[in-house]
Design a protein around this ligand. Structure first.
Ligand code: UT7
Length: 334
């Protein structure tokens, strides 16, 4: 079986920069509180009428396609991860397919909903299809517009300050060199905690899936038990990174670059210390983009590559934790 590799990456963030001070004009918060608790200085918000969830994904995808040295027509499978799709149905993968003109070839297009772990789940799915030889150029996208669904009142301030909009993409191909590429992926979930980080409405299980009451009682907005999520994340990130290391016989010190899902700079720092990694071996950009959920790993990965922080032969670890709860890791020989 052929090993899978990431052949190219891309990212897109909307141009509209929203600082902590901008948020402090809309509800009771401060730059100091946000930076101290999360490390975030600013995030991007989409421009309605210009940016869409699928469209931002396409922008990131075009860069990934170019970096991989392939043509759009070479793509034979699309995987799209988001928690806020353009429509309730169909998913956004078919919108990407149409925008790229791949509908003429009826390229299969799959949406996945595993929130902050979306990119890792998507990477693992892509890896399996590459290994079996079914597909040869898989486009994997993580794209999020959070700002249209956030609660800009004091009631939602704990969640609202954390999230930003953006998209990242990768092309997954068979590796010609059997020693290079994705060495292992590990996926987990624990539905016991489903409502601890969730948006509960609209809901297909209510008599009407969207009502005025849902808007009035704010159940259309994300709810989060922040402290609970924080503790769980700090436990699960190292656990799932160790799982990947054990599966491949590597040690923490063998990791050249860790790209953690950008949930909170304090979480990333805690994980870095638990893993015993120096600062230069962990790439963070949450300071500028906030938490972009499924997009955060591909945005950070693309940035690290473009900055020359990831070189051929490096051992790269990706790890994520988020709503579900879901968590996962991937270890890649670059
Ligand atoms: O991918 C996973 C996504 N989620 C996460 O990673 C979130 C993980 N959790 C966290 O990052 C942290 O729990 C938060 C940053 C969300 C919150 O930090 P915290 O230290 O757990 O604060 P807290 O929720 O316990 O709130 C402390 C205080 C409260 O006031 P009182 O009760 O002490 O008077 C909050 O009402 O801070 C208040 N507060 C705020 N103050 C200013 C909550 N949000 C804000 C805000 N600005 N935005």
């Amino acid at each position: 079986m052929k090993r899978a590799k990431i052949a190219g990456t891309g990212s897109y963030v909307p141009e509209n920069v929203v600082t902590n001070d901008d948020l402090a004009k809309r509800f009771t918060t401060s730059d100091e509180w946000i930076q101290e608790r999360s490390g975030i200085r600013e995030r991007r918000y989409f421009t309605p009428g210009k940016d869409t969830v699928a469209g931002m994904g396409v922008q990131a995808a075009r860069i990934a396609i170019e970096r991989a040295g392939i043509e759009v027509e070479d793509i034979d499978f699309i995987i799209f991860a988001t928690l806020n799709p353009d429509y309730m149905f169909p998913g956004s993968a078919v919108l990407v397919q149409r925008e790229l003109g791949l509908n003429a070839k009826a390229v299969p297009s799959l949406d996945i909903r595993t929130q902050c772990t979306g990119f890792i789940y998507g990477l693992s799915i892509a890896e399996q299809f590459i290994k079996t030889g079914q597909y040869k150029n898989i486009l994997l996208i993580g794209s999020e517009i959070h700002s249209s669904g956030l609660d800009f009142s004091d009631a939602g301030r704990d969640v609202t300050v954390l999230f930003g909009d953006g998209a990242g993409a990768a092309i997954i191909q068979p590796s010609e060199d059997e020693n290079k590429g994705i060495l292992t992926t590990h996926l987990h979930a624990d539905g016991e905690h489903a409502e601890r980080l969730a948006v509960l409405a609209p809901s297909g299980s209510k008599p009407r899936h969207l009502t005025h009451e849902m808007i009035d009682d704010r159940s259309i907005y994300p709810v989060m038990n922040g402290r609970y999520v924080f503790k769980f994340a700090v436990e699960k990130f190292p656990e799932v990174i160790h799982e990947a290391l054990q599966a491949t016989g590597y040690k923490p010190e063998d990791i050249d670059m860790l790209i953690p899902h950008q949930a909170n700079l304090r979480i990333s720092e805690a994980v870095r210390k638990i893993m015993g990694l120096p600062e230069e071996k962990v790439h963070n950009n949450i300071q500028r983009y906030g938490n972009t959920t499924a997009a955060s790993i591909p945005i950070a990965l693309h940035e690290a590559i473009e900055m020359g922080k990831i070189k051929e032969g490096d051992l790269v670890c990706l790890a994520a934790f988020g709503s579900g709860f879901t968590w996962g890791s991937a270890l890649i020989r670059w």
